[in-house]
Design a protein around this ligand. Structure first.
Ligand SMILES: C[S@@+](CC[C@H](N)C(=O)[O-])C[C@H]1O[C@@H](n2cnc3c(N)ncnc32)[C@H](O)[C@@H]1O
Length: 236
């Protein structure tokens, strides 16, 4: 970690403990509905093996499994993973969920039943709102997520392009989900980080900002921009 990063991390709670505390300290956090941009994007892809990094309570993994994908989700939080597995079981959906940090997680060491691909064996890797300081920079994070994509596979990153207006003064990693870096995320910026740090070739399928209507904590309506990047790992 560089000195500026150390300074930026000062006072920021540990990510694993903080996410676990957030999930275990409340009822389910997320809506239980799949991400609209994910549904729109994935519907045109041929199902295969998919990994959802930072799967939270599992709504996207469950939707993917229901639509023919052999789906695995990993998340830092045991509570989130337990909720995801329970939600899948309640729907009669077969999917794997594991506690794991994308910085270190190795699919071949998976404890779940069945055969698991080696690192770099997923036809699709998804990261939805994966704004985190693990690893320390977004470039490293994008690189670690991308390592799981197989040749000819795809990477889908859906991210907050801007902070919700009601979160402007929150400065912790979890309050607004953007982490302490507060770096604006753009789809072309994510693609630049991807190709800058990757030893393999990538092409953009699309890189777009998409506007979504949301409701704030006090019921206030707002529009938020999401950064959506679908990148294709080219086979050499
Ligand atoms: C903002 S939530 C999004 C959850 C879910 N993807 C969704 O869209 O509802 C971010 C999630 O990423 C997880 N996470 C953060 N850093 C991670 C990492 N390095 N490896 C795996 N999961 C991570 C957190 O525990 C949290 O559940």
């Amino acid at each position: 970690m560089t000195e500026p990063q150390q300074a930026a991390n000062a006072g920021v709670p540990d990510s694993v403990a903080a996410w676990e505390e957030r999930y275990s300290g409340s009822d389910p956090i997320w809506s239980g509905k799949p991400n609209e941009a994910l549904v729109a994007t994935v519907s045109s892809l041929t199902p295969g093996r998919v990994l959802d990094v930072g799967c939270g309570e599992g709504a996207d993994v469950i939707w993917l499994a229901e639509h023919g994908w052999e789906a695995t989700g990993i998340d830092l939080s045991q509570t989130a993973v337990d909720r995801a597995a329970e939600a899948a079981a309640a729907k009669g959906v077969t999917a794997s969920f594991e506690v794991g940090d994308v910085s270190t997680w190795d699919p071949s060491g998976s404890q779940a039943e069945g055969e698991h691909p080696r690192r770099g064996g997923y036809d699709l890797v998804v990261g939805c709102f994966l704004h985190t300081r693990l690893p320390d920079t977004r470039e490293e994070l994008v690189g670690k997520v991308a390592e799981h994509v197989a040749p000819d596979g795809r990477l889908l990153l859906i991210s907050h392009a801007e902070m919700p207006p009601w979160a402007e003064n929150q400065d912790d990693e979890l309050g607004h989900g953007l982490g302490h870096h507060h770096e604006p995320v753009t789809p072309n910026g994510d693609f630049a980080l991807l190709i800058g740090g990757s030893p393999v070739r990538w092409e953009i399928d699309f890189a777009e900002l998409r506007t979504r209507e949301v409701e704030g904590p006090d019921g206030q309506p707002a529009e938020l921009d999401d950064s959506v990047l679908l990148a294709h790992r080219i086979t050499d």
